[in-house]
Structures are given as C-alpha cells and as structure tokens.
Design a binder for this molecule. Structure first.
Ligand code: PAF
Length: 282
C-alpha cells in the first residue's frame, strides 16, 4: 500500500491506474478505523480494482466547542488495517494541504434544505464542512465510486444531493451500519463512553427499533412515535437532540402515503454524542 500526503501524489497514482483501465473506488474517513470502516472497504470491492482511503480529521465540520482537538488520531494503526484490507493508497493530508488559506477563509458549500435540519440544527455549519471536504476529496481522487456508511444517514443524503447538483460523475455506494453484538452502532465516538454508559448505550438502537416496529405495524401518528422515542431515551439517561421520522429519500416530513421511512436520532450520553437510524419500508 502506498501512502500519500499530497494531492499531487494521489492524482499521479490515479492517472496511472486509469491508463491501465482500472476503476478506482474511494473510501473517505476521519481515521481511527474500526470494523465499520472496514465494511466500507469491503463494500468497495465489488465496484473497482483500485482502492483509496483518506484519513483526514476535517476542521471545517467541527463546531468551536466540539471535539476536533481530541478526536482520536491513530494513523499508524489505521495504515496497518488498510494494508491488511487490501487498500492500494492511503491519503492522509495535513490541514494546510487541504485548506492552504485555512479552513475558516476557504470556499464552503451549502446543500440547502438538508444542512440545517436534524443534526444540522444542533451542529450549525457541520454539513457545510462535510459537503466542502467531500467535494474537495472527490475532485482530488476523481473516483468511479465512493462509499459512505448508512450510519451517517443525513451525511449520505447530503452527499447524494451534492454530487447530483454538481453533476459529479461518481457513483455513491451506501454501506449498511455495522453494530456491536448488543446493537450499538460502531463509532469512534463510542470511546468517549464510560463502562456504565457503554452498557446503557444500546438503548438508542432499541428505541429506534421500537419506533420502526410501530411504523411497520401500520401506525401513522408520527408525532406520537417521536415523542415516545424522546421519552424512552430520557428515561434511559440520554439527553436527546432529536428523535425524528422522515422520508428516506430526501429527509422530507412523511405523509400518510410515505412508504420508505427512516427513523433518526442523536443523543448525548455522558461526553459522547451518539447518532443512529433505522429504515422502514411500509
Ligand atoms: O463520515 C466521516 O468520517 C466524515 O464526515 C467524512 C465523510 C470523511 C468527511 O470528513
């Protein structure tokens, strides 16, 4: 596996592979890799011959009081894991390579309507940061396909809209959420949980599953299901930001005839802010 820190190195590698007729699949990450990220690489396999993963903790997507400085960074361990998973190139630029004039003063992208709801309401500027860095990374790598996890469902929706709106010739692949045996979705931020909080954390997924069962059973009082979800989480010791039912395609409010729904939640538990979702076809 090659390691690159500059945009020029990535472009040269991709140019060589393309000349040989190989398709390139890209997995953007912020590093501190776990089995969830490995499943993204696994999903990449069916879509090309060459695989690039990026490791970049993007300052633009963190708010001023968020965990940018403390976000776990484990580049050597990540490199081993990527090598073992058959990755061809690990791109780990520094902030100056990605934002030569600083993240604050760089051009940023806005995906209207999707960026300020759900997590966007509680993390102002977050999705501008995500959209901007993903757009930059896709321009650098120019992959045939890129893989994103369904765990970050709103992020996936923002990225799908971004590539459509900007006519980017890349196929976006959604990879299912990977969970621990007790149902907790894998996330680097699970490390912020104490042992007692970790034991309580699967209640998040159970609350989503309970809401999904009610929807699948024909209930359509979305507001009542959302209220119950919030109450359940509070009773379990979470401080929920939201518990919401949306249409899965564009995260619009669901109507009585909506068939593909997603229940999404974000909730604080101790120092960790956990997010999860479940899709329901009714
Ligand atoms: O999901 C993530 O790890 C990040 O938001 C992403 C897509 C790599 C952009 O920084």
């Amino acid at each position: 596996m090659r390691r690159a820190t500059s945009i020029a190195e990535v472009r040269a590698a991709v140019r060589d592979w393309r000349r040989g007729g190989e398709r390139v699949v890209f997995v953007p990450t912020m590093g501190n890799l776990h089995a969830g990220h490995m499943s993204l690489l696994e999903a990449a396999r069916a879509h090309g011959e060459r695989f690039i993963a990026s490791i970049f903790v993007n300052p633009m997507q963190f708010g001023p009081n968020e965990d940018f400085a403390h976000y776990p960074r484990t580049p050597e361990r990540d490199a081993h894991m990527l090598r073992d998973a058959g990755c061809d190139l690990m791109f780990s630029p520094d902030v100056a390579e990605m934002y030569p004039r600083g993240a604050e003063d760089s051009t940023r992208l806005e995906v209207p309507g999707l960026s300020d709801i759900l997590c966007g309401e509680f993390r102002p500027g977050h999705f501008q940061g995500v959209a901007t860095v993903v757009c930059k990374l896709l321009h650098i790598v120019e992959p045939d396909a890129a893989v994103f996890g369904e765990k970050d469902f709103q992020q996936l929706t923002v990225i799908r809209r971004l590539v459509t709106d900007l006519c980017m010739p890349v196929h976006i692949i959604a990879a299912p959420t990977v969970r621990d045996a007790d149902g907790l979705a894998m996330s680097s931020r699970n490390q912020y949980l104490s042992a007692a909080e970790r034991a309580r954390a699967p209640a998040l997924q159970r609350a989503l599953a309970a809401a999904a069962r009610r929807l699948a059973g024909g209930e359509r009082d979305y507001a009542a299901i959302e209220r119950d979800g919030l109450r359940t989480l509070e009773a379990e010791g979470f401080r929920p930001d939201y518990f919401a039912i949306k249409c899965a395609e564009e995260l619009a409010p669901p109507g009585p005839d909506s068939h593909h729904l997603v229940v999404l939640t974000a909730a604080h538990l101790g120092k960790a802010r956990l997010i999860d979702n479940v899709q329901v076809r009714v």
